[in-house]
Ligand binder design. Structure first.
Ligand SMILES: [Zn+2]
Ligand SMILES: [Zn+2]
Length: 143
């Protein structure tokens, strides 16, 4: 997923490429991981781009609806966004600092197959996250 693909997909669906939409796409393309809406807003402000927080949110929700961007809930870190990935991963999320670690090895597929057999469902997705404390937070003295 890159900037041209994102803006191309919006244009094909008939969405205008407003400054908020294109700028949010740019920031997400440059980011290497998840960003919160306010992080995107601040990084735009730092570049002198005049886009309101509400517009950033609207652009993000449009991109999520189009499955171009993924949204994740990060416990203490709130909800964050990143470009949709082709690879299937799961996350370990620290409830202390909000840090997320991804692991790509998914062992749920056998379970999904057996659920399909027993329920008659055709399963096309699943969602799995682990919450806990990262090594850093475990070593922090409790206060
Ligand atoms: Zn932590
Ligand atoms: Zn999985």
């Amino acid at each position: 997923m890159d900037y041209d693909k994102l803006t191309g997909a919006m244009r094909r669906k008939g969405f205008r490429l407003t400054s908020a939409r294109t700028q949010v796409c740019l920031v997400l393309c440059e980011a290497d991981g998840y960003l919160g809406a306010y992080e995107i807003y601040n990084s735009l402000k730092a570049r002198g781009v005049n886009v309101g927080v509400a517009s950033v949110y609207r652009a993000l929700s449009l991109l999520c609806e189009m499955n171009l961007v993924q949204q994740e809930e990060f416990g203490a870190g709130g909800e964050k966004f990143r470009l949709a990935q082709n690879t299937h991963t799961h996350q370990l999320i620290c409830s202390g600092c909000g840090a997320a670690t991804e692991f790509g090895e998914c062992s749920m597929h056998n379970l999904a197959r057996s659920l399909e057999n027993s329920s008659g469902f055709k399963i096309h997705a699943h969602w799995l996250r682990f919450f806990g404390l990262c090594p850093n937070c475990q070593n922090k003295p409790a206060n």
